[in-house]
Design a protein around this ligand. Sequence first.
Ligand SMILES: Nc1nc2c(ncn2[C@@H]2O[C@H](COP(=O)(O)OP(=O)(O)OP(=O)(O)O)[C@@H](O)[C@H]2O)c(=O)[nH]1
Ligand SMILES: [Mg+2]
Length: 391
Amino acid sequence: MATNFIDYVKIYCRSGKGGAGCMHLHRAKYLPKGGPDGGDGGKGGSVILHGNRNLWTLLHLKYQKHIMATDGGKGGQSRSFGKDGEDKIIEVPCGTVVYDGETGEFICEVKEHDERVVLLKGGRGGLGNWHFRTATNQAPRYAQPGEPAQERTVIMQLKVLADVGLVGFPNAGKSTLLSVVSAAKPEIADYPFTTLTPQLGIVSYRDGRSFCMADIPGIIEGASEGKGLGLRFLRHIERNAVLLFMVPATSEDIQAEYEILLRELEKYNPELLTKARILAVSKTDVPRLDEEGNELPDIDFEALSQKIGIPVLPISSLTGEGIDALKDALWVELNKEQNQVIEISHAPIDVTLIERDEPEAQEDEEEHTIYLNEVEEEWDLDKYKGIGWDE
Ligand SMILES: Nc1nc2c(ncn2[C@@H]2O[C@H](COP(=O)(O)OP(=O)(O)OP(=O)(O)O)[C@@H](O)[C@H]2O)c(=O)[nH]1
Ligand SMILES: [Mg+2]
């Protein structure tokens, strides 16, 4: 299960080249000089990214090493057009960021469901010689070639785009909450670090509305120095609008635990502290006892909220207590204007640092170069401008 979360792939992509325009002079039995009738070439297919909210990882692209659109067909006589090449649509989860595979430079990102981003444009088809007929050249013996294809090796990285990110120590009950508010089935167990990779769930809210919640591995004191699973998963809450902190009600000092979490987040990226926060005190069904088994005083949620300056809500995933109130509170925060996640910039990545979990696929040299050198001269429509021969 853990290995199914793929958030990095490297793929060679190529669009289709445009089909060549046709050079043809019409001839018929009683019409030996029928004039030029070469048709236009079809346009090459583009490589297009398409955001799909039903995808959560890049797993489906893991074994895909090449993605290529098809070329446009050649134009034919009698002014018949060449067939357009087929586009290649790459379905990606929302939050996919694309970098150049060689330089690490940011190329584009796909944020929304149904969003289409053209990664590589297909070449335009060339014009047939019919277009180039002029008063002085009634039988042009040339046609345009198709535009060449574009190719690029790209790295796709997923930065999960959830609305709410769960932050807490291991065993706080984060995955359990996700399992009761959404249809997600994360692993839940009574030992730390049950969750090893981020999990997402769609929380359905009233009137058919919903929001997305991300459960990430637990954080411990010293995570910023690499303890536990470290902080690398915090990348996935960087773009959340609201952070839901979780501390179990059985904790002797809830405020202290909350502040440890806060400090670890700050060490990872101080900007995380500008996000809206809510504290859920989980497992309220469990009796509060100290180490000797004596009852601890009841939690004063009001007072705690006053002290830390954010809403504090008691919940129990077991009995369902407080779950609806928590959803309400999250919904309110999510809809505040100031909590909308603003554009974030994606710094170039260092391609030499990223480790591949498998050796590079053997590149097929020949296959890659076929389309590159075919059209050598730059072509320019303007140079063919002229008056029509029949005007
Ligand atoms: N009684 C009770 N037990 C709970 C509640 N929520 C979670 N638990 C239990 O607490 C344990 C840990 O729950 P998880 O949801 O796996 O905790 P987690 O925060 O995801 O932990 P990591 O993935 O290790 O970070 C499990 O044994 C759960 O059954 C609750 O509301 N009440
Ligand atoms: Mg978990």
